[in-house]
Write a protein that binds this ligand. Structure first.
Ligand code: 7TS
Length: 404
């Protein structure tokens, strides 16, 4: 059973008010709120176990190292990777994608080689490839989408040539909520001899992910979107592929032996983890993954799907509403505009009523261009949101709409 009242007690921030109104937090795609177990894990780590990892023989360093490496194993099982050597800790999705662009790009891409992304990508899955284009002269190709927000699969397949080396796509769009058919995308990429990176920033918080089943070559996600802390994320890569790639950053932790003439590198995953890792973050992330796993990803997913469908249904009754993203495969994100009201005005007025939504281009300007708008309003749901909150949101929206 899913006891929302109990679950909400785990998130202290949900008890607070904004302008004397109960907080209705619907900006979960930007970042999720943190359960007490996660914030406790952080303070406990600093208060009782803090020491740098992988270098001390002393008790605290060894204990901190154990927790850090246990967190890696926890992440491995969460996304069902084959080996913990395939789990690289990063600062977040953005760093993971930049790592691949830099390192895979260095090893395997040369002038004229092609990388495929999609129209619905977040800027963090566009700009790293453009930087690589500036450095190396690669070609960036874009999968078109239909009006409902589905990838055009024929258009996708038509993009491949002999020069296509990598596909990099979002698992779930942070604007449209579309759940992309990543397993099929991977099959097609592999049939053309290309690798595939899946941006899991918006999938890991919402449903169970299995990197072996989807057969992606890389998978990136952010801890802070899945109830963990900021500043920690994960890049998964297939071991043989990671092995064949050069380091991303140089420094401590990533070396085997250094002389002024020559340096050899550590084995995976340390080769890609230069410098003191965010071992407090990894432990807190593992705690967050435990939290959602105990609730059950399937149960979370069912709750959020129901809430999203309910929100769409309620919103549909408002005159002048226009949705962006109406795929049959849709996750916990609802992007919309209403009549001629500027989303910024909408967001500001809703905020005064205690309701937090996101407005703007959502770091997906090419997607805004696809729909011919500058900005959208977006409500996004998490495991702790309730139907009563959706009702409050819809009522507030109706009130604001009538003011214009
Ligand atoms: N990819 C997708 C699909 C995202 O939604 C985001 C963040 C990122 C990558 C980048 O993640 P980061 O943790 O490295 O910053 N998306 C959003 C959003 O929708 N609103 O704020 C951040």
């Amino acid at each position: 059973m899913y006891h929302l009242d109990e679950i909400r007690k785990d998130f202290p921030i949900l008890q607070r008010t904004i302008y004397n109104k109960p907080l209705v937090y619907l900006d979960n795609a930007a970042t999720t709120q943190k359960p007490l177990c996660v914030t406790n894990a952080i303070s406990e780590m600093y208060n009782t176990l803090n020491a740098n990892v992988h270098r001390g023989v002393h008790f605290l360093s060894q204990r901190a190292t154990d927790l850090h490496e246990a967190a890696r194993e926890r992440v491995r099982s969460f996304i069902n990777a084959r080996s913990a050597a395939e789990i690289i800790f990063t600062r977040g999705t953005t760093e993971g994608i930049n790592l691949v662009a830099s390192s895979f790009g260095e090893a395997f891409l040369s002038e004229g080689d092609e990388v495929i992304v999609s129209t619905m990508e977040h800027h963090s899955n566009i700009v790293p490839w453009q930087l690589l284009r500036d450095r190396k002269g690669i070609v960036l190709k874009v999968i078109p989408i239909d009006d409902a927000g589905n990838l055009d699969m024929d258009g996708y397949e038509a993009l491949f040539t002999q020069r296509t080396k990598l596909v990099s796509v979002a698992h779930v769009s942070n604007v449209l909520g579309t759940i992309n058919p990543v397993k099929r995308l991977a099959e097609i990429a592999h049939a053309h001899g290309a690798k595939i990176l899946v941006d899991g920033a918006q999938s890991t918080p919402h449903f169970a992910v299995d990197v072996q089943d989807m057969d992606c070559d890389f998978f990136a996600f952010s801890g802070h979107k899945v109830y963990g802390p900021t500043g920690i994320g994960v890049l998964y890569g297939k071991e043989s592929l990671l092995d064949s790639m050069p380091p991303y950053h140089g420094g401590g932790e990533m070396i085997a032996r250094v002389t002024f003439e020559h340096t050899t590198y550590e084995r995976l995953p340390f080769k890609f983890e230069a410098g003191t890792p965010n071992y407090v973050g990894t432990h807190a992330l593992a705690t967050a993954l435990d939290y959602v796993s105990v609730l059950g990803m399937d149960v979370i997913s069912a709750h959020e799907r129901e809430l999203t469908a309910y929100a769409m249904e309620q919103l549909r009754s408002l005159p002048g509403i226009k949705f962006f993203g109406e795929s049959a495969e849709k996750d916990a994100v609802v992007a919309f505009n209403i009549a001629d009201i500027h989303p910024l005005d909408l967001g500001t007025l809703l905020d005064r009523l205690g309701i937090a939504i996101r407005t703007g281009h959502h770091c997906a300007q090419p997607l805004m261009q696809r729909y011919g708008v500058e900005s959208m309003a977006r409500a996004s749901f998490a495991l702790y949101n309730t139907k009563a909150e959706v009702d409050a949101f819809v009522a507030a929206l109706d009130r604001v709409r009538k003011m214009f």
